[in-house]
Design a binder for this molecule. Structure first.
Ligand code: SF4
Ligand code: SF4
Length: 300
């Protein structure tokens, strides 16, 4: 059977993302661990990302969604800080807005309002559907295992937009091309950390080798559980999940849906090779049937 571009090496990436893409001796896979439990919502990450990458302004709007004024990730928002207001404080948290009561400040006892703040970004998936479907090679896997779009050869077809299971990559209306976080590929190439991680004052955004980040994240969750924050959980860290694990993963304090994240993302191109094989088989059978009909019809 002939190969399609979906079967080419590097497009179906395994766990070792860079090696799967043809790099013989890549550096360690690099990524982000975003610990939302220490995010203070300052948006320094959004600003640093815009400044370094020269991203245009994306609307300074009152959205009615707390202090969120960009609403989500987009062509001109490569980091997005969500503000989720809940009447469900963290264990031991004294918010200043709760009603006088006994037990405030004790794990699980306080009532009041809390903000969940979380800086979202492209997940730099191990199995990246955006890469699978890009017909021009504009999207590519770097030696660091990250996923980057080269806007200069993007033809604006938009296949990647519908393929991304997280709704990350987006088209800029004025030029038709696709834009998203590059995990500051230019900075990584010269040994610098990404601008957002550099600017984050609380280390909510941590950058480093993915293996080390996963170990740190496991420790952090255990620490939070010991401190009574039983809702703390990791998202996107599991190499056995539907996208083979994310290069950018998160510590969350509630269900992923609360943050607008899909609870069980699956690489959207997972079934494409099987579908193509079946389509090819059906086409072959149809062609054979037409040939037989032509031959037998001609013999009468
Ligand atoms: S989150 Fe979407 S845009 Fe980012 S690597 Fe995964 S599929 Fe591609
Ligand atoms: S810079 Fe850090 S603390 Fe500030 S909003 Fe971004 S992730 Fe949160």
């Amino acid at each position: 059977m002939s190969l399609t571009w979906l079967d080419m090496p590097g497009l179906r990436n395994g766990q070792d993302a860079a090696k799967g893409s043809g790099y013989d001796d890549p550096p360690p896979r690099m990524g982000f661990f975003t610990d939302t439990s220490v995010c203070i919502g300052c948006k320094a990450c959004e600003v640093a990302c815009k400044e370094w990458n020269q991203i245009p302004e994306d609307g300074l709007n009152w959205t009615g969604m707390s202090y969120d004024n960009t609403e989500g990730l987009g062509a001109d928002s490569w980091r997005h800080v969500a503000f989720i207001e809940q009447t469900k404080p963290m264990a031991g948290q004294v918010t200043g807005s709760e009603q006088p009561q006994t037990g405030a400040g004790e794990p699980g006892q306080a009532e009041g309002v809390r903000w969940l703040m979380a800086s979202d970004v492209c997940k730099h998936c191990t199995e990246a559907a955006c890469l699978d479907v890009c017909p021009t090679g504009s999207l590519f896997r770097t030696e660091f295992g990250t996923v980057v779009v080269q806007e200069d050869i993007c033809n604006g077809c938009g296949y990647c937009v519908s393929a991304c299971p997280y709704g990350v990559i987006d088209q800029r209306p004025d030029d038709g091309r696709m834009w998203k976080c590059t995990l500051c590929y230019d900075r990584l190439s010269v040994g610098q950390e990404p601008a957002c991680a550099k600017a984050c004052p609380t280390d909510s955004i941590q950058f480093g080798p993915l293996d080390e980040l996963r170990a740190k994240a496991d420790e952090r969750v255990q620490q939070l559980h010991r401190d009574g924050v039983m809702d703390a959980r990791l998202y996107g860290n599991d190499p056995d999940d539907g996208v083979g694990g994310d290069g950018a993963f998160f510590l969350l304090l509630d269900e992923p849906e609360v943050y607008g994240l899909p609870p069980d993302p699956v690489v959207t191109t997972r079934d494409l090779p099987r579908m193509w094989r079946r389509a090819a088989a059906a086409t072959g059978a149809l062609a054979a049937a037409v040939a037989v009909a032509f031959v037998t019809g001609g013999a009468r």
